[in-house]
Design a protein around this ligand. Structure first.
Ligand code: SDX
Length: 429
């Protein structure tokens, strides 16, 4: 408690509300007692000015373009750490020592296989099912296969469910990809690191040996690290709200996957690459920039803009550098899509509309270019985002479930519908 308060004058009433001060970011006005004291609700569709919880996991400064995970800048983590170490950091709150990291990596590695019976579950889908539809269904179905880790009140079951979700998500995503291609599922291997295992499960075939390209596995690991967590974004808020009812973790993470799929959120990476392909050449850029500015045109520049960042998304900066590096190492540096993306960014950032509205490339603007160069179809871009964000969802879920202040989330509303009226028999209408 900061000791500071805010006074709200509502008609003849004056309501005094406590102010809480953070370790970083703006103060918050605690409105928990506002309805009881002032007989009013607050109103904030889209939660543009509303803090839904307190958290110690991730901090974003949108004005400065800063992203910290447990205090560590994303730029340092993406260059010096690796994804499973970042998973440990997000889940347990600090960087592990050698023994702690080895134990964590071993536990994750040993949970990467899926219950064999779940293969039948995959076979119920059409071959052309979007992998996000498959992931939403299969992860939700994990509640029916892993009964020994669904009691959210049992710390041990929470820990097992957390490890199972982190470990099995790449396997599920890779299986969804293989199912789309008609190729056989590839089992995980315990002698490969997380990113290499995922690449092998996606691209290996039984007919020949598969050697993981270290350039690709490093790029894959960095993409996983950059998408891991991001405060109370839409899908994380979905996981928190679903979990607040006490629902099991698999069902709640499935809800997060469903929300991430939307093109305004994690689905933007697929939509962005499809947009860049539609633009096709740099001479078409002005036409699309004008469409993005036209209020009568629903078209928006996918991969641009952000609710919080009003400066560069630091993840986009790292991904832009990584795109240059990976495409050059793969010998496709003259990739026309990358040239269109760079010219589009340059043109938009020089345009008054984007400057005035503080619209910059976000995490989804360059990620698809790298993923496509790595051999993934656009339909796999959001599943890869979901693989990475699982650690964020699980860490935020764990924080909420163990918070003594936790209660079921139940927003109120501004009712603008009909007031009470009597039923009219059909003969009298
Ligand atoms: C992610 O929350 C997170 O942290 C998400 C995420 C994470 O890691 O979890 O960072 C991942 O989802 C990144 C965002 C991916 N989405 C896209 O790239 C889709 C395109 N972007 C827009 O749909 C939009 O920018 C949002 C959804 C990202 C943010 O929308 P807001 O905060 O609700 O902003 P807004 O729609 O109110 O836009 C403000 C103004 C509007 O103009 P006015 O009505 O004020 O005149 O900016 C305009 C918008 O029309 N605008 C755009 C634009 N984004 C916003 N105009 C053209 N192109 C765009 N991309």
């Amino acid at each position: 408690m900061s000791g500071k308060t805010a006074k709200l004058v509502i008609g003849s009433k004056e309501v005094e509300l406590p102010i809480h001060s953070p370790t970083a970011g703006p103060d918050v006005i605690d409105i928990g007692q506002l309805y009881a004291k002032g007989d009013v609700f607050t109103y904030d569709p889209g939660y543009t000015s509303t803090a839904s919880c307190d958290s110690t996991i991730t901090f974003i400064d949108g004005e400065e373009g800063i992203l910290l995970h447990r205090g560590y800048p994303i730029e340092q983590l993406s260059s010096k750490s690796h994804f499973l170490e970042v998973c440990y950091l997000l889940l347990y709150g600090g960087l592990p020592n050698v023994a702690e990291l080895t134990d964590f990596e071993t536990r994750v590695t040993r949970h990467t296989m899926l219950h064999e019976q779940m293969m039948n579950f995959f076979r119920g889908f059409r071959r052309d099912a979007h992998p996000m539809a498959v992931m939403t269904g299969v992860v939700g179905a994990m509640s029916a296969f892993y009964h020994d880790s669904i009691d959210v009140n049992d710390p041990w079951q929470r820990e097992v469910a957390s490890i199972r979700l982190i470990a099995k998500m790449p396997t599920i995503a890779a299986m969804a990809f293989k199912y789309n291609t008609g190729q056989p599922f590839v089992y995980p291997r315990n002698d490969l690191d997380y990113a290499s295992n995922f690449l092998r499960m996606c691209f290996a075939v039984p007919a020949e040996d598969y050697e993981v390209n270290p350039i690709l596995s490093r790029a894959m690991d960095r993409i996983f690290t950059l998408h891991a967590d991001h405060e109370q974004n839409a899908s994380t808020s979905t996981v928190r709200l679903a979990s607040s009812s006490g629902a099991n973790p698999f069902a709640c993470i499935a809800a997060g996957i469903a929300c991430l799929w939307g093109p305004a959120h994690g689905g933007a990476n697929q939509a962005c690459l499809e947009m860049l392909e539609e633009i096709g050449t740099v001479d078409k850029i002005p036409e699309f920039i004008e469409r993005a500015k036209d209020k009568n045109d629903p078209f928006r520049l996918m991969g641009f803009g952000h609710r919080v960042y009003k400066n560069r998304d630091p993840r986009a900066t790292v991904l832009k550098e990584s795109a240059d590096e990976v495409l050059e190492l793969l010998g496709v540096e003259n990739n026309s899509i990358l040239q269109v993306a760079k010219k589009l960014e340059e043109t938009a950032l020089a345009d008054e509309y984007f400057i005035e509205k503080k619209l910059f490339p976000n995490v989804d603007f360059y990620s698809g270019i790298i993923l496509e160069a790595m051999g993934f179809p656009t339909s796999m871009f959001t599943p890869i985002f979901a693989v990475s964000r699982t650690i964020g969802w699980v860490s935020q879920w764990k924080e909420m479930i163990t918070d003594p202040k936790m209660k079921i989330g139940r927003p109120r509303q501004l009712y603008i519908g009909e007031t009470k009226r009597d039923y009219v028999d059909i003969g009298d209408r």
